[in-house]
Design a protein around this ligand. Structure first.
Ligand code: NAD
Length: 439
């Protein structure tokens, strides 16, 4: 329990750290410290939250030395491979932890995190915003009320979007597994967590297929250059960086994302410089990317439900789309609309369309895709309430549940790489991971 607003220190003031800090403030929390090596990012966050110089650090390790008096909790929004160390360190210091997904790219690190938070008895939540979307509440309520009978099968699509994929997974921070995570971990640990939450069971068998099919040197068009600014065929390329990033000018949301990842200054001059020298000006066929650009996962759950999950670069960027087939009806939903079919309305199946309307501040459409349809705000608010009241019931996925959903991702990746079906129920966690959790 805390007296007064929950005080949060931000570790990593990048795109997510910045946006979540505003959500924390809007949810009644207060940002009291920041650690961020990039001067502009650190100073921007400090200015927005009135932080004195003594609350601003260039590295989370330095902040750790002063954390006790500064904060009740930390928000971990460093890059994927830099979640485990600060989590363990701040848990030891007795601070509560809100961690961006993924917990960690590798299972032993995620297991160490769980061991540390359990040992310290601190509150820990992974940001799984899809669980907190009002849309998810609606879909779960319809299922629980038996409106489609018993769930038999779920088809789920994560349409990443062509430009988003090129930005994040070909040119950007999540393009290489050795520097971040697999695509499935980076983009879809949400989805596999959400499916288990919806189906209310864990997978028992998992298969997966996919690969990097398009964003390779072999597919570079004749006449293309290795940078868009030098390219003779850029105008006809669907992945033109100048076209994408110039289109962000004048749009507040898009200047924040994706443009702020490319250049801290939203001017033509700064963008041209970034495209000429930085990673985001590279030809998508001449990058050092290795994550897959399409993948399917087939799952069988402990309660007999089957599901497929597809993630693909080759779509318009839009909301996730799900079809849930039940014994008495089906649901088609996409974050904006839920269409309920009742088979008992024959000869014509009765269809009811429910529009999911916006909630305070963040709508479920438009930029709601990036905000996970209010799920980010709701997940953050739930964490703050848990810390303020000491009641972890507000958090929809506990530490071990989050570890379990990450383990589904590692199992799916194992299945894809080894071209096998993984029997998840039999799959022990790695010895290091098991030792870390028990130890
Ligand atoms: N939940 C989601 O849907 C979602 C979406 C995007 C990103 N993410 C995750 O959120 C995390 C952050 O993503 P992002 O897009 O904000 O990345 P980002 O690169 O914009 O931000 C990370 C920040 O951490 C800072 N940093 C690096 N070393 C540090 C250190 N030692 N101490 C303090 N700060 C340090 C970097 O300078 C950078 O500003 C990643 O793990 C990412 O996978 C989640």
């Amino acid at each position: 329990m805390t007296a007064g607003p929950v005080r949060v220190a931000v570790l990593g003031a990048g795109v997510r750290g910045h946006d979540h800090s505003n959500r924390i403030r809007r949810s009644g929390g207060v940002i009291t410290a920041v650690a961020e090596p990039d001067d502009r990012r650190r100073e921007r966050l400090a200015a927005e939250h009135d932080l004195p110089p003594e609350a601003c650090f260039t590295d989370w390790r330095d902040l750790a030395g002063h954390a006790a008096g500064l904060a009740d909790a930390v928000l971990i929004t460093t890059q994927d491979a830099e979640h485990a160390e600060p989590c363990v360190r701040f848990a030891e210091l007795g601070l509560h932890i809100l961690c961006e997904k993924p917990m960690a790219p590798a299972e032993p690190d995620a297991a160490r995190m769980i061991a540390a938070v359990e040992r310290a008895g601190v509150i820990f939540a992974v940001l799984h915003p899809l669980r907190y979307m009002p849309y998810t509440d609606l879909v779960k309520r319809l299922v629980r009320e038996g409106r489609i009978g018993r769930i038999v099968n779920v088809q789920h699509l994560e349409p990443v979007g062509a430009w988003h994929f090129a930005h994040s997974y070909v040119r950007g921070s999540w393009r290489r597994e050795d520097e971040s995570s697999s695509l499935l971990m980076a983009k879809c640990c949400h989805d596999l967590d959400w499916l288990a939450y919806l189906i209310e069971a864990q997978p028992v068998r998992i298969a997966s297929f996919g690969g990097l099919s398009h964003f390779t040197k072999d597919n570079q068009p004749a006449g293309a250059a290795d940078r868009c600014l030098d390219c003779a065929v850029e105008a006809d390329c669907p992945f033109s960086a100048p076209r994408l990033y110039r289109s962000c000018f004048g749009h507040r949301d898009r200047e924040n994302w994706p443009l702020s990842a490319v250049t801290p200054t939203a001017t033509e001059e700064a963008l041209t410089e970034a495209l000429a020298t930085g990673p985001y000006g590279r030809c998508v066929y001449a990058c050092d990317n290795d994550v897959v650009d399409h993948q399917v996962v087939a799952l069988e759950y402990g309660n007999g439900v089957t599901a497929t999950h597809t993630v693909t670069a080759f779509t318009e960027m839009s909301n996730r789309v799900t079809r849930i087939s039940g014994t008495h009806g089906s649901i088609e939903c996409d974050g904006r609309q839920v269409i309920l079919h009742d088979f008992r309305g024959h000869p014509a199946v009765t269809a009811t369309t429910i529009d999911v309307t916006g909630h305070d501040g963040e709508t479920l459409t438009g930029h709601g895709i990036a905000d996970h349809g209010d799920g980010d705000r709701a997940a953050i608010a739930a964490f703050l309430t848990a810390v303020a009241t000491g009641d972890t019931g507000h958090i929809r996925s506990g530490p071990r549940e989050s570890l379990d959903s990450h383990r589904v991702v590692w199992a799916a990746e194992h299945a894809r790489r080894t071209q096998t079906t993984v029997r998840f129920e039999d799959r022990p966690s790695t010895p290091e991971a098991a030792a870390a959790v028990s130890g």
